[in-house]
Design a binder for this molecule. Structure first.
Ligand SMILES: C[S@@+](CC[C@H](N)C(=O)[O-])C[C@H]1O[C@@H](n2cnc3c(N)ncnc32)[C@H](O)[C@@H]1O
Length: 352
């Protein structure tokens, strides 16, 4: 075997970096859950004793955690004062829940892939699926928090205005279905922005619908929002002006059936908005850092979810626009265009 030493060293460097990221994922979860990032961002510079006192945690653990964070480049260390702090950029990503760059919630998503790994490994052998309803609890909150960042900063501001004539309808008073709504983050954001409209959230996962109902009540939006347990092929027809699928069509077993149901339940001049993970049409277009995250999530979460359902089309999280267009066309939604995009999402408009 002809081994190139430079290439080998460079690959080993990459592997050590990846090993470090994987080992530090649970530390990120702990920092998020125990409020360590938020306290350090708000009150730093601090040493381990001060951060432990501020968060009601044990100093020895916090000292070790801080050292790992500094080695990760997630916090700064000043050797002269022996104190740690966060730069504004680090705080935006890890400590500020409302920032457009917040990624502090991803620890739960990573945890879910490890907790459910035995089920998925078994599914590799049998070819069967692992349904959304058989997953670890932290997957649901992790998903809601991860996607919230993009929805909060883009949905009302850019995505809805990119659809033809939809904002005017929402302002006048429209009926909106949010299919596969999960915890209903997207549904609440739309309901808050458009007080004349009514919103219906559907998801086949009972626990998510319970969480969505509670969050709607807590936000005082209960009178204009209804959440019901329904699959994408069974929710009731209401002549919706807008039917949305946020990061969920590719999780469904029968996305063509879901599009047919949209056609049957939507108003004749209604719009279907598909928000899907950003992807090019060819595998080679997606061999980049975003594709890396999504292919992994797809293997561990989305593909098993789809294979658990009827048809089991398993589009995958990197389906790309051309395949999604074909799914919509087969469902009877023939007018199709890319309305807009972000680094993480494609926003597609489908109409009859
Ligand atoms: C990745 S999560 C996205 C949740 C939510 N839309 C969001 O963006 O936070 C996918 C959601 O699709 C739901 N789902 C999967 N298959 C479904 C089906 N056939 N009918 C209805 N919901 C489905 C899951 O229960 C889950 O809540």
């Amino acid at each position: 075997m002809d081994v190139n030493t430079d290439k080998l060293n460079s690959f080993m460097g990459k592997m050590v970096g990846d090993f470090g990221s994987a080992m530090n994922a649970s530390l990120m979860l702990i920092g998020d859950q125990l409020g360590l990032y938020k306290a350090l961002a708000a009150k730093g510079p601090m040493n381990g004793r001060e951060l432990a006192q501020a968060t009601g945690t044990s100093e020895r653990y916090v000292r070790e955690w801080l050292a790992a964070q500094a080695a990760s480049g997630y916090v700064e260390y000043d050797a002269a004062s022996e104190k740690f702090s966060m730069q504004p950029e680090q705080a935006l990503a890890l400590a500020d829940e409302d920032s457009p760059f917040f990624m502090g919630g991803i620890g739960d998503l990573v945890a879910a892939t490890f907790l459910d790994e035995p089920k998925v490994a078994d599914a590799f052998k049998t070819g069967k699926g692992v349904g959304w309803n058989k997953r670890s609890e932290c997957l649901f909150c992790g998903t809601a928090r991860f996607f919230r960042t993009g929805y909060k900063h883009h949905l009302v501001q850019e995505w809805l205005p990119a659809l033809d004539g939809v904002v005017a309808k929402l302002e006048r008073g429209a009926k909106v279905a949010d299919v596969g709504c999960g915890h209903g983050v997207s549904t609440r954001l739309m309901a808050q922005a458009f007080p004349n409209s009514r919103f219906f959230g559907f998801d086949y996962h009972e626990g998510s619908i319970d969480a969505a109902r509670k969050a709607a009540r807590d936000a005082g939006l209960g009178d204009r929002m209804r959440f019901e347990v329904h699959s994408a092929k069974t929710y009731p027809a209401e002549g919706y002006d807008l039917v949305c699928f946020f990061d969920c069509l590719h999780d469904m077993g029968d996305p063509v059936g879901a599009m047919k149901h949209v056609r049957e339940t939507m108003a004749d001049d209604g719009t279907c908005m598909l928000v899907e993970p950003f992807a090019g049409d060819r595998l080679e277009d997606n061999l980049n850092p975003v594709g890396r995250v999504y292919y992994a999530a797809s293997t561990m979460i989305c593909t098993p979810a789809s294979l658990d359902q009827e048809v089991g089309m398993a589009l995958g999280a990197q389906a790309g626009e051309a395949r999604l267009r074909e799914v919509a066309r087969q469902g009877g939604l023939t007018r199709f265009r890319r309305a807009t995009e972000t680094p993480f999402n494609l926003i597609l408009e489908a109409r009859a």
